[in-house]
Design a protein around this ligand. Sequence first.
Ligand SMILES: NC(=O)C1=CN([C@@H]2O[C@H](COP(=O)(O)OP(=O)(O)OC[C@H]3O[C@@H](n4cnc5c(N)ncnc54)[C@H](OP(=O)(O)O)[C@@H]3O)[C@@H](O)[C@H]2O)C=CC1
Ligand SMILES: O=C(O)C1=N[C@H](C(=O)O)C[C@H](O)C1
Length: 265
Amino acid sequence: MRLVVVGAGGRMGRMLIRAVAQAEGCTLTGAIEREGAEVLGQDAGVLAGLPALGVPVTDDPLAAFAATDGVLDFTAPAATVFYAELAAQARIVHVVGTTGLSEDDLAKLRAAAYHARIVRSGNMSLGVNLVAALVRRVAASLGPDFDIEILEMHHRHKVDAPSGTALLLGEAAAEGRGVDLAETRVSTRDGHTGARRPGDIGFATLRGGSVIGDHSVVFAGPAERITISHHAEDRALFASGAVRAALWANPKPPGLYSMTDVLGL
Ligand SMILES: NC(=O)C1=CN([C@@H]2O[C@H](COP(=O)(O)OP(=O)(O)OC[C@H]3O[C@@H](n4cnc5c(N)ncnc54)[C@H](OP(=O)(O)O)[C@@H]3O)[C@@H](O)[C@H]2O)C=CC1
Ligand SMILES: O=C(O)C1=N[C@H](C(=O)O)C[C@H](O)C1
């Protein structure tokens, strides 16, 4: 499968180049960065710490999308919406790892998925998606006297909160409970907040250092507490999940898919 990496100079972009170069059955056909980026013109392989691959980083997605089967995109919301529209025009696979998308952005992705095969997930790892399945089940089993709180910590450069993974886990908890996350979500507490509202799903965000991604879901009951945690130890985990998603989506009809579909969970 021919693949293009957008946001090639980013933390995940470099990991994605490595993952494509090392994956059986995949060829890197393009590496895209934004206009004016310092890495333009560099060889994508060298950028990712590999021998040269003969693929220069460019700011021309049109040419790259016209000659590929799929795009791996861990960039920023506005960029992802733009690339989804291009992927739809080119009728290719678009794997979206970007987090922090608004409802409006998501609506645009749903529209693009009439023509593109889009796989989107706040976390491309097998472990987190298994944890989400577990959280759904635990939330469905426990009664309303168990309060649900989600804690996450990421590196100091992360720009969105709560993380895409925290929201994915929150959605799983809400689904398990049969409630709407939008109506139960509490993402900030400060000052005199009053007592916890029954049924709320709380989010707490920590940022610092080089933490790749730590998540815990706490079910706090009257006399016991269950904590389900996941700790990412290497970004390569997300990159190999993204390549797996692209290979899975390649023969599928247009649509918006998730890692739950890819992993058959
Ligand atoms: N779903 C998952 O499993 C995971 C998701 N993520 C998500 O992936 C995203 C990226 O994370 P990370 O790699 O750490 O961030 P970085 O900031 O390191 O990388 C993002 C890259 O995208 C580039 N970019 C921004 N806009 C465009 C554009 N229009 N065209 C081309 N390139 C563009 C940025 O360039 P510039 O610096 O010039 O803005 C930057 O190089 C985040 O949303 C993060 O939460 C991260 C890990 C796992
Ligand atoms: O920005 C990151 O780094 C990560 N983002 C994703 C998220 O928002 O959950 C996934 C992972 O935790 C790393």
